[in-house]
Ligand binder design. Structure first.
Ligand code: M6P
Ligand code: ZN
Length: 192
């Protein structure tokens, strides 16, 4: 006998707003939630005194069954910078070492940064329609380098788990900043 949760289900995704219906789980990340992740701490302090902006929001919709649980996520990163560094997600690596993920850029432009624990680094350029496979054991962060909202979908297994510590401690090898109107990558000095 199948249980209720084991029947196929569909939800609705609205491309323009980047929102699901029904919405089960919503998280807002403001500058104060990730203040240590930006290089320019003078700019961080100045921003926080003014209240701190919302950097990004994400919604997740777990499809739970009695056997295996997938999650659909959508993240909306605001356009903006802290100092000269573009708004980005905190970034994480999966707790389980056998768990990949797929990201799909729906709107906006930027980069997906990927990194192994051994320090291998890769950046994928994103435009609307880019779909990236994140293999197991690669940490991942998305940076919005455009002037509009960057919206991306994520598909992963609920059991993957989120480990934020390695990124909180050492960041990614490269930061994405604006210099003279250009988007450039500069090394994070914790890696040199
Ligand atoms: C995507 C998925 C989620 C993740 C979210 C925000 O929707 O990868 O699992 O939580 O982005 O990213 P982070 O957890 O790095 O803040
Ligand atoms: Zn992930």
């Amino acid at each position: 006998m199948l249980e209720d949760q084991d029947y196929p289900k569909s939800i609705q995704f609205e491309v323009q707003t980047g929102q699901f219906r029904p919405l089960l789980d919503h998280t807002v990340r403001r500058l104060q939630d990730m203040a240590g992740m930006f290089a320019d701490q003078v700019a961080v302090k100045r921003e926080l005194e003014r209240g701190g902006r919302v950097i990004y929001e994400f919604d997740s919709h777990p499809f739970k069954t009695s056997h295996s649980d997938m999650v659909l996520g959508v993240t909306r990163i605001n356009p903006g910078k802290v100092g000269d560094e573009f708004f980005m997600t905190k970034g994480h690596i999966h707790e389980r070492d056998d768990q990949p993920e797929i990201y799909h850029c729906v709107q906006g432009e930027g980069y997906l940064l990927l990194q192994t624990m051994g320090g291998e680094f890769q950046a994928e350029r994103w435009t609307p329609g880019t779909i990236s496979h994140i293999p197991p054991m690669w940490a991942h962060r998305v940076v919005n380098t455009g002037d509009r909202l960057l919206i991306f979908l994520a598909v992963f297994h609920l059991s993957a788990g989120h480990d934020y510590r390695p990124i909180e401690e050492k960041g990614f090898r490269k930061r994405v900043i604006e210099r003279n109107g250009q988007v450039i990558f500069i090394p994070d000095n914790r890696w040199t």
